[in-house]
Design a protein around this ligand. Structure first.
Ligand SMILES: [Zn+2]
Length: 62
């Protein structure tokens, strides 16, 4: 991962290519922290579906 890259999570809803990221370089440091920020500030969720955790954008809550 380059120093300029942003962490990104993608919505797992079928046909959705929404990406969740944080606009501040180097913040957050981990995907766990990114998901926490997206959940609190952007309405993303992380439901369990068929035994695996998915990332869902605000338009596709499970
Ligand atoms: Zn979505």
């Amino acid at each position: 991962m380059s120093a300029d890259s942003y962490l990104v999570v993608r919505c797992d809803a079928p046909g959705c290519d929404a990406e969740g990221h944080w606009p501040v370089r180097h913040i957050p440091y981990t995907h766990t922290e990114l998901r926490r920020l997206l959940r609190i500030e952007r309405g993303w969720s992380r439901p369990r579906s068929n035994g695996r955790l998915e990332d869902r954008c605000p338009n596709h809550p499970a």
